[in-house]
Each structure stands twice: as structure tokens, then as C-alpha cells.
Design a protein around this ligand. Structure first.
Ligand code: NAP
Length: 292
């Protein structure tokens, strides 16, 4: 690519950022769409997030992604926050406006687009949601906004699940999130569920771990969606498949949260065909030979 006086810059702010796949997503898109844009990771030290965002604005950056641990801490540095991001309380995309950056959350719509692309329907389903951390919170909002029937939110710390459930139920007015302790999984109704794995258990390098070891649990899962994408075949996915269910990893969620950010920055629509071309580049980089 040629960098010249017109090149626009986007990037990722977080800590750490060294293993990110986001530059691959955005630089591939820029190249394929012939946009004069580069995307760079920026490691931001603790306590520096507000300075970093103000500096980025002064340097005329077009947009930023935000990753751990700054998705909530970044909010005071913004001129506006989109309604959905405000509800979720987490911002992962900053879009340049006249008076500062506006914050969006593209994780949640990214997961929805990823699920649609896999043919997974969430509307009207009964869902098991494993976890109550930042990602699970966004998933709970997604489920409530897509009119799922019930979401059983299972978490190691019950109090955290209770707090998230109360907040999501109140903010959406849907009353569909039911908090449970992870250890009470055997109390789930006897039926089949869509299960969304949103804990960090099983993430590389601890690839042999899974949040629930009991195979009985997996008999209740018709479709398992693991937000983890490294490894691309998690133990959770293997256990779902061993009981006859379908299982997916979270790489497409990562892809679509990036694509939605790119669309916001550049005011374009990225076609599904283009998205899948970028996905092939990501899979190649990850060494994923065949689809899950
Ligand atoms: P987080 O806020 O730190 O939450 C971690 C969750 O995992 C909590 O619910 C925690 O339970 C649970 N957990 C951790 N260790 C556990 C253990 N030993 N046993 C049982 N539960 C345990 O993390 P996050 O930001 O929500 O991220 C969660 C996962 O989603 C990560 O693996 C991340 O890579 C993935 N993710 C993927 C994408 C994507 O684009 N595909 C996007 C965002 C996140 P407690 O509350 O009891 O501690």
C-alpha cells in the first residue's frame, strides 16, 4: 500500500494489543475496497486512556477500536455515546465527529450478524448463557432486544449474574434473564437450548478446560456458540458436538464487530461476499483449514 499525505488512520487502543487480529481485518478491507486508510494498534498505559483519546482526536484519527481494559473507562473521554452502547455500558468503537469521538458498541450487533451468517436464529429461543462478564452482559442485552423467550444466565459468582440480570431486565423491560449459579446447571429444564459460552474458560493456552465438565449438560444443547476463537475448536464445542449438537467458535463475531466499525468510519456498507473474503484471510492466519 502507498501511504501519502491523504492517508487516514484508524487504530486499536487497549492493553495488551500485541496479539490483536483487528489490523488484519481493517487493512484487508481498506486494500480490497481501495480506501486510503491504515489501521494500527496503540498500546495505552494504565491511567492514559483519556489523554490517548484526546490526542487521537487532535491527530485527526478517523476512528478507533477499544479493547480491554478500557471499554467502560473510555466513556468520559467521548463527546457522545450511542444509545445501545450507553445501555450496555461498554464502548468498543469510536467514530470521529466534529466535536470529539462518538462511542458505539459493535460487539453485540457483530455477534448478531455472525449468528445470522451461520443461520442461527436467536429470536424466540430459550438460551443458556454461560458467564456474566463484559461479553456476557452484551449477549444478555442482545438476547433481550431480540425477544428471546428465556435466558438462563449461569455464572460462577451468582451475585454477578443476579446484578447483570436485574440491570438488563430493567433497562430493556423484558424480564427474560434468569440468573443461576453455574453449579446449579442440573436444575435447567429438560429441553434443548441454544447455549452461548461467554466465559474465558477454555481460552488459549488453557485449551483443555471447559466451564461445565458433565456431558449430561451438553445433551440439552442443540447449538453451542463459543465466543472464544482461539482455539478454533474449544473443548466446549467438542462436548456439544459429542452429544449431537452443532457448535461454532467466535471468529465471525470478531470479524463482524470489525466490519461494523469499518462501516461506521467510512460510511460504507461491506457486502457479505467481501466479509467472507476477509474471513478467509483471518482463517488462514489462524491456521483454520476447514469450517467448524
Ligand atoms: P470477563 O469480563 O473477564 O468475564 C469472564 C467470565 O468468565 C466471568 O463470567 C467469569 O466468572 C468467568 N470465569 C472466569 N474463570 C472462570 C472459571 N475458572 N470458572 C468459571 N467461570 C469463570 O471477560 P469477557 O470480556 O466477558 O470475555 C469472555 C470471553 O469472551 C473471553 O474468552 C473473550 O476472549 C471472549 N470474547 C470474544 C469476542 C469475540 O469477538 N469473539 C468478543 C469479546 C469477548 P466470574 O464472574 O465468576 O468471575
Amino acid at each position: 500500500m502507498i501511504i501519502d499525505g491523504h492517508t487516514r488512520t484508524c487504530g486499536l487502543i487497549g492493553n495488551p494489543v500485541e496479539h490483536t487480529m483487528s489490523p488484519m481485518i481493517h487493512n484487508t478491507l481498506a486494500e480490497k475496497l481501495n480506501h486510503n486508510l491504515v489501521y494500527v494498534p496503540f498500546h495505552v498505559e494504565e491511567g492514559q486512556i483519556v489523554h490517548a483519546v484526546r490526542g487521537a482526536f487532535s491527530l485527526n484519527l478517523l476512528g478507533l477500536n477499544v479493547t480491554v481494559p478500557y471499554k467502560s473507562q473510555v466513556i468520559p473521554a467521548l463527546s457522545q455515546v450511542d444509545e445501545l452502547a450507553e445501555k450496555i455500558g461498554a464502548v468498543n468503537t469510536l467514530v470521529r465527529r466534529e466535536d470529539g469521538f462518538k462511542g458505539y458498541n459493535t460487539d453485540m450487533p457483530g455477534l448478531y450478524r455472525a449468528m445470522c451468517s451461520e443461520g442461527i436464529q436467536i429470536e424466540g429461543q430459550d438460551v443458556i448463557l454461560l458467564g456474566a462478564g463484559g461479553a456476557a452482559r452484551a449477549v444478555a442485552f442482545l438476547c433481550a432486544s431480540k425477544n428471546v423467550s428465556r435466558v438462563y444466565m449461569l455464572n460462577r459468582s451468582l451475585e454477578k449474574a443476579e446484578a447483570v440480570a436485574e440491570e438488563v431486565n430493567e433497562k430493556t423491560g423484558k424480564k427474560c434473564i434468569y440468573p443461576m449459579a453455574l453449579s446449579d446447571y442440573h436444575e435447567l429444564p429438560e429441553q434443548k437450548f441454544l447455549a452461548i459460552q461467554a466465559t474465558s474458560v477454555g481460552l488459549y493456552p488453557d485449551v483443555d478446560r471447559v466451564v461445565i465438565e458433565d456431558e449430561e449438560f451438553y445433551r440439552k444443547v442443540h447449538t453451542g456458540y463459543d465466543l472464544i476463537y482461539k482455539p478454533s475448536q474449544t473443548r466446549f464445542m467438542k462436548m456439544v458436538r459429542a452429544q449431537g449438537g452443532k457448535a461454532y467458535h467466535g471468529l465471525k463475531m470478531l470479524l463482524y464487530q470489525g466490519i461494523i466499525a469499518y462501516e461506521l468510519w467510512n460510511d460504507v456498507t461491506v457486502s457479505e461476499e467481501m466479509a467472507l473474503q476477509v474471513y478467509e484471510v483471518m482463517k488462514e492466519k489462524m491456521g483454520i483449514k476447514e469450517e467448524a
